[in-house]
Design a protein around this ligand. Sequence first.
Ligand code: GLC
Length: 753
Amino acid sequence: RMRSYFISMASIFVAAVSLLTCQSNTASRDAIDQRVDELLAKMTLEEKIGQMNQYNGFWDVTGPAPNEEQARKKYDHFKQGLVGSVLNVRGTAHVRKLQELVVKESRLGIPLIFGQDVIHGQETITPIPLAEAASWDLAAIEKSAQVAAAEAAAIGLNWTFAPMIDISRDPRWGRVMEGAGEDPYLGAKVAVARVKGFQGNDLSAPNTIAACAKHFAGYGFSEAGRDYNAVDIGAYTLHNVVLPPFKAAVDADVKTVMNSFNVLNGVPATGNKYLQRDILKDRWKFNGLIVSDWASIFEMIPHGHARDLKQAAELAIHAGNDMDMESYAYVQHLKSLVEEGKVSEEQVNDAVRRILRLKFELGLFDDPYRYCDSVREKSVLMQPDHLTAALDVARKSIVLLKNDRGFLPLNKAQKNIAVIGALAADKNSPLGNWRAGADENSAVSVLEGLQKYTLAIRYAKGADVVVGKPEFIRETAVNETDSSGFREAVALARQSDVVIMVLGEDGFLSGEGRSRTNLNLPGVQERLLKAVHGVNKNIILVLMNGRPLTINWANANIPAIVEAWQLGTRSGDAIAQVLFGDYNPSGKLPMTFPKSVGQIPLYYNHFNTGRPDPTGLVFWSHYIDETNEPLYPFGYGLSYSEFTYSDLKIDTTDRQAINVSCTVTNTGRVAGEEVAQLYIRDRVSSLVRPVKELKGFRKFSLEPGASQNVQFVLTDAELGFYDADGQWLVEPGEFDVMIGTSSVKGLVGRFSR
Ligand code: GLC
């Protein structure tokens, strides 16, 4: 009886604390809203519009750079209180200088908010987000975002333009590296982990920053995978595939959202009222701010949606866009639009409230220089526990794609190892293309990582991947012709017992503005691989890339293949630890690897069609020159262990909470981590559903011979879907369920409800 007494007292205490917490949050929100309204009442129309104006700071240019005339005008605007935010200014000295100019010289001294693309790390660079998604380890992903936030805040920033949560099924698009792949369920979970990691529990703390869910919406469906291209998708796909990660981010209290460059079904996202007001602000009750993407208000002119910048400003504010990044549209035209009655001052007030609220929550009014501590700046950047966290998430992001005859892991006593490929010595490409404040060549290369294990290594470049030194904003030329290094590489391979080849993409061959029409190893690399294979079959292929690649020949001929993405500062260490077995690879693909670019879009959660199966005649859904199957499917990844699934149980006693479970056993010889994935299929529904939908996953470690019971509960939240109006439907009927090690392998069952 005493035990139950203590349990009930504890639960009362927990309830009281949560109630008090909720009340205190509401109280602090009300207090902030009161301070916002008091300040708003003092502001002139020009000063209000100034808060809606965001300028680039020229430290970096992450979009079409403005001309010098505009640059001179910008400086005066800071002093006149006509700038609310700046991006791409970094370092406490620069931030403090600009903040002092605004706080001391403008009439009301409203502090600036400083933003930057801290996409996967500030100075300690963690894996590109597509790689982190392959870890399926939400705690590691959250920790990675915490590290990024701590370092960003330490250099004066209070806002990151991340997480990018665009679902995409098209690896031709260069920005797939920036997202979480093709699946809305995994994408939503990763989005929440990153928002929580960036924002923490106290936005005014000196190690948290405001996050930004981007790009709203549909950018990942750019036609033909060509960046900035039009997007034309049905509302059914919009609501079931594109929007769920954004809804999850809003429910996780993301403070800002960035809209997207693309037209969505005929209307540019920046001027799209349905997206920004109807869905985001009205239906989802989003109370943060929406910032345009770089010059995307202006770009409504070339889109053919606005005749001039003034009309673009009018369309954007009516559609719900609160802040103008680098279009100069609001600062030039919003005042006259209000005076002409085309825009109400209340619309301006609503936008300004959202911006001021964020500045109060960040603590910038209490202390505009709270993020400008130069002592902290030095102590926080690249600190040991950040580097440890970067290694941890990097190792977990590696996906073992092939391992014939247990070729891997390498014996640590292995001698006479050849390492071939320019990327093996590359200390820049592992940083990816969104590398924020990372120093040049600050990544541990594969070669350096391996040399911590053994010096029985000889290196030959074989061939350059690119020509010259690639830059963030300039085109990167692929080496299509220079094979002069092959001879040396082949000679080395001939004399060696094992060859580790590191091939793939330069860090600037994926990312924004870097769409490709093919997904092969760029340039002469496959020729190099074949030449080496001609003299030595004992090859381990390590891929370093920002997107799925069609490595069909390698998959058919190379005994071991490791997907190592672009893993950030600790890249080489993570890869070496996997190759030598100190870390048993546990990653699973968050995006399908097609066999051919001609299959795209190719993704696991596709519809069945009316002719899904071969009939012996041509009349079924297929190609005459390729199979429908991917090279590697969504959710796929091998281990040095073996995991066996057994004993699937489906308990429908409670129709509102279907319990599905099974046992997973490590039948291998080494400990390892598995990602057990749960998929459903709604077999008959008013709107057809995919042949498979991820609705749960568990990542866990197992010692050799050990077993674990994995359990999932399926409720309306997992079994329903959106209709084309965005209404959630839950329909009775039969459901298939599968628990397995990938989207194509597992135990299957069926239930009705
Ligand atoms: C870029 C990107 C966006 C980024 C912004 C600021 O063009 O589209 O993701 O946050 O501009 O750099």
